[in-house]
Design a binder for this molecule. Structure first.
Ligand SMILES: NC(=O)c1ccc[n+]([C@@H]2O[C@H](COP(=O)([O-])OP(=O)(O)OC[C@H]3O[C@@H](n4cnc5c(N)ncnc54)[C@H](OP(=O)(O)O)[C@@H]3O)[C@@H](O)[C@H]2O)c1
Length: 267
């Protein structure tokens, strides 16, 4: 199996394309010849990236500035994608919060559920019928190692990523022999930018440099895994360690240990 062949009429959609892993996925897809639709809120940042990718790789790049946590703002994009030939969907946009739920902003927690889980569901429902009808398509779901375990002080994020992890691995079982690939990217920490030492988080301080993986590396191995229709890609030693610990340790044992660590992230 492989990714759908690049085609000037088809588009690969990347959500969260204005920074980090999404920006790297967009660049890697363009380098492989795919024309793109970039989605995030910051339109001007994506226009700059789009110009660079058109110039460097000669692909078509469209920008859709939309707040995916807002159902009304998301609706027109969902409707548009349902009508277009979407060859690849990277459900990547996501946010996280740290700390006890009662101390967090309830509105932002709801937005997190909308963005990390409901928008992923909506966008997948929009593009999947066309992919199945064409017997060609590929969906990369960006979950997290955090979705494998209960994480006190990161409850909304861990729960939304549990949704993505399970949705991805369940859906791919339905799509066997359909011509549509579905792969879950479930990383641990990915260094999306070099931290300012004055503002480095506890994770930045604790994890030695050689254990960090870059967004560019994650994008490349994730698209390779999607082309091979792997069930799950967990890039890097640290991610693999977290993944195994989270999946195979009793949840009652894991929860207090990771909860103590994440309490420090909550500040
Ligand atoms: N980095 C890690 O260590 C790590 C580990 C495991 C999983 N992940 C997952 O990987 C994905 C990407 O993470 P990242 O580290 O690359 O994050 P990032 O650099 O913060 O990028 C997040 C992207 O999502 C977009 N976004 C945020 N809120 C949005 C909204 N309401 N509507 C539309 N787009 C929105 C942002 O763009 P705008 O601000 O322009 O909207 C940005 O492009 C996330 O799903 C994250 O949970 C990351």
């Amino acid at each position: 199996m492989s990714l759908p062949n690049p085609n000037p009429d088809a588009r690969a959609v990347v959500t969260g394309a204005s920074s980090g892993i999404g920006e790297a996925l967009a660049a890697e897809l363009a380098a492989r010849g795919h024309s793109l639709i970039l989605v995030a809120r910051r339109g001007e940042v994506m226009e700059k990236l789009a110009a660079e990718l058109r110039e460097k790789y000669g692909v078509e790049v469209e920008v859709r500035a939309a707040d995916l946590s807002d159902r009304d703002a998301r609706g027109p994009l969902v409707a548009e994608l349902a009508e277009r030939e979407i060859s690849i969907l990277c459900n990547n946009a996501g946010i996280a919060t740290f700390g006890p739920l009662t101390e967090l902003d309830p509105g932002y927690e709801r937005d997190q559920v909308e963005l990390n889980a409901v928008a992923v569901h909506d966008l997948t429902l929009a593009v999947l019928p066309g992919m199945v009808a064409r017997r060609s398509g590929a969906i990369l779901m960006v979950g997290s190692a955090a979705g494998n375990m209960p994480i006190p002080n990161n409850a909304t994020y861990a729960a939304t990523k549990a949704f993505v992890n399970t949705f991805s691995e369940s859906l791919r079982g339905e799509l066997k022999d359909s011509g549509v690939n579905v792969t879950l990217l479930a990383p641990g920490p990915v260094r999306t930018e070099t931290p300012d030492p004055a503002e480095a988080s506890i994770v930045d301080k604790l994890v030695p440099d050689f254990l960090w993986i870059s967004s560019e590396y994650v994008a490349k191995v994730s698209l390779d895994a999607l082309a091979e229709n792997k069930m799950r890609i967990v890039p890097g030693i640290l991610s693999k360690g977290m993944s195994v610990a989270g999946q195979y340790s009793p949840r009652s044992v894991v929860a207090p240990i990771v909860g103590t660590f994440y309490k420090k992230l909550g500040g």
